[in-house]
Design a protein around this ligand. Structure first.
Ligand code: GRG
Length: 297
């Protein structure tokens, strides 16, 4: 199997799982909210975070499909964050993943609820009793706790709070790195950690996985900022120039585009070294880091 095929297999697994989980067949009167959840959850997306959960679990000797309830739970939390981030009270964006944003189609109230529901159902999925057939209670508690903490106040939400509080202010480069470590990095870190926890990886592997995630996450965010300047809106799935329009502190505004491109290269190399040192069969993760460093969507 080529690396591209492995990634599309992971993507396919996630899509099929979500399609079944958010089935319109058995809505029991909740057609509208299920439709709104499906709209964003099945709108495409790179599925980077669930792919990382599955790959780190595979490297620990497991069958990637077994870990789908956790990988999909993470993707549901990621999707909720995008729906809420696009709301008029936050970034007020009209396009996401190449489609009108959730509130543009279902209205603000339903979009808030669709986000809330994806968040809540994510935890129902990670803790559903049948997960005990494949994992110990300790693994499930640790993996779910890791997910909750990284999505919470000292993770993604905390990053968004710092982001909002920094609007129209000049923040330092280190403050920007910290903001992105929480806002973008925390969920990426939770992906690799969950894969390792559920696969029973040892401390050295966990440390290497976290180093990989940190560098990958930061490179990912810098590349996102670059694409907001140089990207193609059709491919990127959302308008270009929104960071400048909203006067956001971004990496290009701090250190310039050329330095950003250099940073993406350096961080990608750091990620590659970390995973090479920690894992014997790291080729897919190396390929993924390289691929993300030149992504255009
Ligand atoms: C509003 C609860 C709440 C949280 C906001 C994560 C976040 C915090 C907002 C999302 C918007 C944003 C620009 C986040 C930075 C991380 C990022 C680049 C997200 C986009 O992730 P991709 O590129 O998206 O993996 P796809 O669509 O491919 O899944």
């Amino acid at each position: 199997m080529t690396y591209e095929e492995r990634l599309s297999t992971y993507t396919q697994y996630v899509h099929e799982f979500l399609d079944k989980l958010l089935s319109e067949k058995d809505c029991q009167g909740q057609e509208q909210i299920i439709k709104a959840m499906r709209y964003s959850a099945l709108a495409g997306g790179k599925r980077l975070r669930p792919a990382l959960v599955m790959e780190f679990y595979r490297l620990s000797g497991g069958n990637p499909k077994d870990v789908l309830p956790f990988a999909v739970a993470l993707e549901m939390i990621h999707t909720y964050s995008l729906i809420h981030d696009d709301l008029p009270c936050m970034d007020n964006d009209d396009f996401r993943r190449g489609k009108p944003t959730n509130h543009k189609v279902y209205g603000e109230a339903m979009a808030v609820l669709a986000g809330d529901a994806l968040l809540t159902e994510a935890f129902a999925l990670a803790t559903r009793p049948e997960n005990l057939e494949k994992f110990t209670a300790e693994q499930i508690v640790k993996a779910t706790n890791c997910l909750a903490k990284n999505a919470g106040v000292f993770g993604m939400i905390g990053g968004q709070v710092i982001d909002i509080e920094s609007e129209h202010k000049k923040i330092s480069y280190d403050e920007l790195v910290l903001l992105q470590k929480y806002k973008t990095g925390a969920l990426i870190e939770s992906a690799v950690q969950m894969g390792c926890i559920l696969g029973g990886a040892d401390e050295n592997k966990l440390k290497a996985a976290k180093e990989y995630a940190y560098s990958l996450g930061l490179a990912f965010q810098i590349q996102d900022d670059i694409l907001d300047i140089e990207g193609d809106a059709e491919i990127f799935g959302k308008p270009i120039g929104s960071d400048i329009e909203k006067e956001k502190s971004t990496f290009p505004s701090q250190i310039g585009l050329d330095n950003c491109k250099e940073k993406v290269k350096q961080l990608t190399q750091n990620a590659i070294s970390a995973v090479k040192n920690g894992f014997e069969e790291s080729e897919f993760l190396i390929w993924l880091a390289d691929k993300l460093s030149v992504r255009n969507n």
